[in-house]
Design a binder for this molecule. Sequence first.
Ligand code: BMA
Length: 320
Amino acid sequence: MIIPWEDRPVNERGVIWRYSANPIIPRNLLSTSNSIFNSAVVPFGDGFAGVFRCDDTNRRMRLHAGFSRDGIRWSIEEDDIRLTGADPEVGAWLYGYDPRVVWIDDRYYVTWCNGYHGPTIGCAWTADFKVFHQLENAFLPFNRNGVLFPRKINGRFAMLSRPSDNGHTPFGDIFYSESPDMELWGRHRHVMSPAKFEQSAWQCTKIGAGPIPIETGEGWLLIFHGVLASCNGFVYSFGSALLDLSEPWKVLARSGPYLLSPQRDYECMGDVPNVTFPCAALHDPDTDRLAIYYGCADTVTSLAFGYVNEIVEFTKKTTI
Ligand code: BMA
C-alpha cells in the first residue's frame, strides 16, 4: 500500500504539513454537489475507498461512496449511498454527515452523524462500498463524532462519541462506550472535556474525535478537533492526544498547541469559514508516514502529512 505523501517542505516548522496541491477534492466534483468535505477513506483492494460527505445543491447532507487508486484523485459515485437492512423506523433517511470508516475483524464499519429526531450516531457495515448494511443507531440523540477503535478492546467494540444538543452545540466532552455486538452500547466512560481557555484556547469550547485512533507503543494516538468561540464565530482546529491502550478513557497526554488550524484561503473561506475538520488518516507502519484527510471550510477536502512518532513526541512534549 502506497499512501499519499509529500516530504516536509524545507522551511516547514510545524509537526504536520499541508499537501502542496490542496484541496484534493473540489466542491463541485459531482454534478449535484454543493460541497464535499469531512470525509473518510481506507485502504481497499489495490487502492482506496471512502465515504464522502456531499451536501447537494438542495443543501441536503448526503453520504456517497468513492474510489481511488492513489488516495488523491477520487472518483465519487453520483448516486448517494442507500442503506439497506435496517428496521424501517431507523432506516428512514433524514440526513447524514461527518462519516468515519474502519476495518474491524472481517468488514468495514461506517459511523456517521445520523438524523433521527436530532443528530445521533448511525452505524453500518460494508464489504465492497456498494452495499451498505445499516445497523441500529449507537446512541440516543443528541450525539456527534462517533469514532470506532480499529480493533476490539477487552473483547468488545469500542467507540468514542460526543454527546451534544440539536443545534450548533457550544459545549461538548468526548466519551468512551463499549459494545459486545455493535448494537447495544454501554460501560460509558468520560475521556476529555474542553480545555481551559487560559491553557489552550483553540479547544476550549467543544472537542470531538477525528480519525480512527492509531495504535502505537505509547498508547492510542487520537487526532481530535477543538473549537474556539471567537467574536466572529466558531474556529475549528485539530490537535492530538494519547489514550491508554487497554483503558482508552484514560488520557496520557494531550497537546496544548494545535497541529493545524485554519490559515490557508481554502480553510478560511467557504460555506463555513475557519474550519479544519479531520475525519480520516492513512498510516503506513513501515515508513511511519501519516496522511490526514480533513474538511476545509465545510466546502472542500484536503490532505496533510506527518510522522506518527513525531506527533506522539509532540503530544507528550506539549501536554497540558
Ligand atoms: C460541526 C459539524 C461539522 C462542521 C462544523 C463546522 O458541528 O456540523 O460537520 O464541519 O460544525 O460547521
